[in-house]
Design a protein around this ligand. Structure first.
Ligand code: LLP
Length: 421
């Protein structure tokens, strides 16, 4: 396959022009030279297109972008402009979502260990719905809301015990996981919650896992949630929102074939016939994942034991996914060259596991050349750390040949902020 055709499958905005990689019309060699590396680059048009694909496929649903995937203010703002809500998992994420312009009445809030301060912050801001993960959380919400003269709108996050057929570390809907309340016990929890004075039961929530490329688990989970909805309705408990979470996978490997939001809709929507509740979806990765690349610069090369190592300035402090999940991220040279090499692309961190890609065929690169790590827009920067005292990368949005830095590169003093001996 011609390389530009392959790149288009990752993003229609990613292509070589005269041998130099461009993203959303911006020359990535010039961008990296201008802003330095490591650098996270996000395509505004790609993000918009993905959101619009969801909106077209699910015209009546609230698309609550899962900000955990990429919480850059500039990225969330695009979601806000497109009329999205936000799925959040901490007080800080709610704070960010509000700052970026997401209206509070479109914010849902999940998480197994919400603190009182976080719950109060969310209550003060009148968010749309708390996706409660335990009965104790519902009781605490009732108490806090009572003290504040508020009513907490809740959904119970149910755990439907569905195998999402994904990496075990990102499967969340199995019985043994910490998430949600067993769907078979949920009915009684709802009945008790409905009697609490400061809680209004409004929804059912479920999220079964992430990077799902097979749609059948979505079908199974939807059926189970709809059954619960009907039982609750028969009991006189009116459910206004069915929140089916996120989880749609994206292309990481060149050979990956992944379903579109439209294909997801074809599986979910027929199962919602006769259901009088608004659908909420919480996509994260499928909005931002292939909207982002991580640019990194080759520092040195060496041959060891017959193997070529390409040592770059981005490590697992910048992109944790390969080290944490053994995830594959495709890597391409920013400048095309006819000669090819096979190499391990490794970062600067003092650990053997700091490998971005193993045995990769790449255009022959030399010192100071740039590489682009693809599919880095979701769970990339947000999982970065300061390990080895490395400041976090800058983040930049590109759009129709222009760019704007939405988060500058950190420096050592930033990392040392308020620290004393
Ligand atoms: N809703 C809830 C309740 C979630 O827990 C998640 C993801 C989402 C929505 C969004 O799922 P998505 O559409 O992005 O699949 N760090 C891991 C992924 C962890 C996902 C956690 N929850 C990774 O890098 O693969």
């Amino acid at each position: 396959m011609a390389v530009n055709e392959l790149l288009k499958e990752y993003s229609p905005y990613l292509e070589y022009r005269n041998g130099v990689l461009h993203f959303d019309g911006v020359n990535l060699k010039e961008l990296a030279a201008e802003l330095g590396t490591p650098l996270y680059v996000y395509s505004v048009n790609h993000i918009r297109d993905q959101i619009r694909a969801y909106k077209e496929a699910f015209p009546d649903a609230l698309i609550a972008y899962a900000v955990k995937a990429n919480f850059n203010l500039g990225v969330i703002k695009i979601a806000a402009e497109e009329g999205c809500g936000a799925d959040t998992v901490s007080g800080g994420e709610i704070y960010r979502a509000l700052k970026a312009g997401i209206p509070a009445d479109r914010i849902v809030y999940a998480g197994v260990g919400k603190t009182d301060d976080e719950l109060k912050f969310a209550l003060e801001n009148d968010i749309l719905m708390f996706n409660a993960e335990s009965e104790m959380e519902i009781e605490v919400l009732n108490e806090l809301a009572g003290k504040m003269g508020k009513k907490a709108r809740i959904a119970v996050r149910v755990n439907p015990d569905v195998d999402p057929k994904t990496h075990p570390k990102i499967a969340t809907g199995l019985k043994k996981s910490k998430f949600g309340i067993d769907i078979n016990e949920a009915f009684d929890v709802y009945r008790r919650a409905a009697d609490l004075p400061n809680v209004e039961v409004v929804g059912i929530h479920c999220h079964i896992g992430s990077q799902l490329t097979d749609l059948s688990p979505f079908a199974e989970a939807t059926e189970k949630v709809v059954n619960l909805y009907r039982r609750l309705k028969a009991e006189g408990i009116e459910i206004k929102y069915l929140d089916l979470g996120g989880g749609l996978g994206i292309k990481y490997r060149p050979e990956d074939r992944v379903p579109t939001p439209k294909e997801l809709a074809e599986v979910i929507l027929p199962k919602l016939e006769g259901v009088d509740a608004r659908l909420i979806l919480e996509p994260g990765r499928s909005i931002a994942g292939n909207a982002g690349v991580l640019l990194t610069q080759v520092q040195f090369l060496k041959k060891k034991d017959g193997k070529l190592f390409v040592m770059v300035d981005a490590g697992f402090n910048d992109l944790l996914r390969p080290a944490m999940y053994g995830a594959y991220h495709h890597i391409v040279a920013v400048e095309e060259r006819p000669e090819k090499v096979v190499a391990d692309v490794v970062g600067p961190i003092c650990e053997t596991g700091d490998v971005l890609g193993e045995n990769r065929e790449l255009c022959a690169v030399g010192r100071k050349d740039y590489l682009a790590v693809l599919s880095a827009g979701a769970y990339g920067f947000v999982m970065a750390s300061h390990y080895n005292m490395r400041p976090r990368a800058a983040e930049v949005l590109v759009e129709n040949g222009t760019y704007r830095v939405t988060r500058p590169r950190e420096d050592w003093d930033y990392v040392l902020w308020r620290e004393t001996t």
